[in-house]
Structures are given as structure tokens and as C-alpha cells.
Design a protein around this ligand. Structure first.
Ligand code: SF4
Ligand code: MG
Length: 321
């Protein structure tokens, strides 16, 4: 296994401004000391409720947001040493795919122009090569070449996500960060897009960080899965271990909500009391303690360390002692 990305103690805090002087009166700890490795060609699923910091983590990794602290190495290269301008060039190897790929794009551009745009920005190929490439990419994502002359509003959600993938692929990235790419789609369309992502991964040797809010969505595609809670990773393991033997009480609760094909295997659903607390004022010690039925006094004061409890199985919980 070759390492593609190494994330070390990554933090992203957003200042909270208050008072008439708009001074910083606190911080939202959106990502709070997260470390993990990604291997070439794998899919790492990242799961968490909204507000868990998973999207912010994806964006901060490739410096769409500036990090507060920590390091990210991409092919051994420290991304945080570059100026913002240099980073635009370096980021060519890393692309994002969003829940609504067109939310931030110009609705008056045709599909072909939208797919071509990243190649223009990065000064790749000449005009006729780019046209060829657009046709080829449309074909790879299962759309007819003629669709290039249409506009985004003429497309269904699933088709839009295919275009989003074609656009991301146009500049030959190695890493794709897919932030809830199928969350807005019907279940049947979700499966099609996930299967397409799998095919594209094999063909283009892509590495995916696949962000979603529930464990069932990432299961099919992921090799390993990480679970986030309130800005922290609480568990990360290969798929088999995580789904069959979750160790962290939060992972266990999330998993108990996932439908299983055989109802006799169904474990009792673990209901979590209360909502996810505010990342502006996270609980002391283990951030999960107010909702954890195993919480002890120690949990309320001492932050559990992120530890490898078995080969490539990481957990942050005092229960593993
Ligand atoms: Fe629960 Fe304590 Fe483990 Fe946190 S450290 S998940 S509160 S048992
Ligand atoms: Mg999000």
C-alpha cells in the first residue's frame, strides 16, 4: 500500500465575532485534532452527523479553507508550505465533488463549457484537444456527447452529478473529495452514481475521500471508514471490522440505525439522547460524554487519545483501556 495523503493533527477553528467591536470572543472548533492516512487507490468513507466537521475537514485538507494547525502531506509533499497562489497549481491533483455540483457554477455555461473550464483554468491542452476530452469524459460518465450543448437546468440530479464527476476528472486528479455526492439523490439513482464512481476509480486510479452522513451510503464503495463526531475522529477501521465489530459507542449507535438485509441479525436500535452539542462550546473530556451511556467521571474530564487498538483500527474512547 502506497500512502497518498497523510493528515496530522489537523485543526480548523472559525473565530466567533461579537460585541460592537466585532472582536473574537470564541472559536468554533469545526475540526479538532484529526489524524489519518489515505492509501493510493482506496476509498476512505467519512461519516458524521451535520455539524460533525466532515465537510470542513475535506475542504481544509486541500486548503479551500486555511488550516488553523496541523499538517497535510500529499505524496509526501507538505501542502501547508505553499503560498495560496502556488496552492492553486498544486491543487490540480485534488478535486472536490459536491452535493449539488452546480450550486456554485455559472448557470449560463453549457455542460461542455463547464467540463472544459478546469482545463482552461489550469492551461491544459489546446482547444481542439479540450473538445475531444469533453466528449470522451461525457462518454466515460455515461452521457451522450450531444448533451454537451445543453444547460445544467435541463439535467436531472443524477445527470448533474455525472457532469460534476466529468468536470473533476478533466484535469486528471489523483484524489477526489466527494462531499455528500449522492445525499440529494433518490436511492436508485444513488446506486447508479456510486457504481459509476467505482468504475471511474478503477479506470483512472482514483483515491476517494467519500463524505456522507450515514454508514449505509459509504458501505458499498469504501475500503475503510472513519466516523466523526463534533470535529473529532472517534473511530476508523477497515470496512469489515467497522461494520461487524464497532468499538466506539457512537459508531455502535450509528450502526444500529442502518437497515440490515436479514432482520434476524438486527440488533436493537440504540437511541442517542439529545442533539449534537455546539462546536462553539464542546463538552469537556470526551466530547461524546453527554450522550454516552457508558460515560464515567474520567470521560467528563479526560480527552480520550486516538489509539490504534488493532492493525489499522483506531479508536478514541476510554473503554478500550
Ligand atoms: Fe463514552 Fe467515555 Fe468512550 Fe467517550 S470515552 S465514548 S464518554 S465511554
Ligand atoms: Mg456538509
Amino acid at each position: 500500500q502506497t500512502v497518498l495523503v497523510e493528515v496530522k493533527n489537523l485543526k480548523k477553528y472559525f473565530p466567533i465575532k461579537g460585541g460592537i467591536l466585532k472582536r473574537t470572543i470564541g472559536h468554533i472548533k469545526a475540526v479538532d485534532d484529526v489524524s489519518f492516512t489515505m492509501y493510493k487507490g482506496e476509498t476512505l468513507g467519512i461519516v458524521g452527523e451535520s455539524g460533525s466537521g466532515k465537510s470542513t475537514m475535506g475542504r481544509t485538507m486541500i486548503r479551500l479553507y486555511e488550516p488553523t494547525e496541523g499538517e497535510v502531506f500529499f505524496e509526501g509533499d507538505n501542502l501547508f508550505k505553499y503560498s495560496r497562489k502556488e496552492m492553486r497549481r498544486v491543487r490540480k491533483g485534488m478535486q472536490m465533488v459536491f452535493q449539488d455540483p452546480f450550486a456554485s457554477l455559472n448557470p449560463r455555461m453549457t455542460i461542455a463549457e463547464l467540463i472544459e473550464e478546469p482545463m482552461v483554468v489550469h492551461k491544459l491542452y489546446d482547444r481542439s484537444e479540450r473538445n475531444e476530452k469533453v466528449k470522451e469524459l461525457l462518454n466515460k460518465v455515461g452521457l451522450q456527447a450531444e448533451y454537451g450543448s445543453l444547460y445544467p437546468h435541463e439535467f436531472s440530479g443524477g445527470q448533474r452529478q455525472r457532469v460534476g464527476l466529468a468536470r473533476a476528472l478533466s484535469i486528471n486528479p489523483k484524489l477526489i473529495i466527494a462531499d455528500e455526492p449522492v445525499s440529494a439523490l433518490d436511492v436508485s439513482v444513488q446506486a447508479q452514481v456510486i457504481n459509476l464512481m467505482k468504475d471511474l476509480q478503477d479506470e483512472f486510479e482514483l483515491t476517494y475521500l467519500f463524505i456522507a452522513h450515514d454508514l449505509s451510503v459509504v458501505k458499498h464503495l469504501s475500503d475503510r471508514v472513519g466516523v466523526m463526531y463534533l470535529g473529532r475522529l472517534v473511530e476508523l477501521a477497515n470496512k469489515k471490522d467497522l461494520y461487524s465489530g464497532p468499538v466506539h459507542p457512537y459508531t455502535q449507535a450509528l450502526l444500529s440505525a442502518v437497515p440490515v438485509p436479514n432482520p434476524r441479525l438486527k440488533k436493537e436500535r440504540i437511541i442517542l439522547e439529545g442533539d449534537i452539542p455546539s462546536p462553539a462550546n464542546p463538552p469537556s473530556g470526551c466530547v461524546f460524554h453527554p450522550r454516552c451511556k457508558y460515560a464515567t467521571d474520567r470521560c467528563r474530564v479526560e480527552k480520550p487519545l486516538w489509539r490504534e487498538i488493532a492493525k489499522d483500527h483506531y479508536v478514541a474512547c476510554h473503554l478500550v483501556d
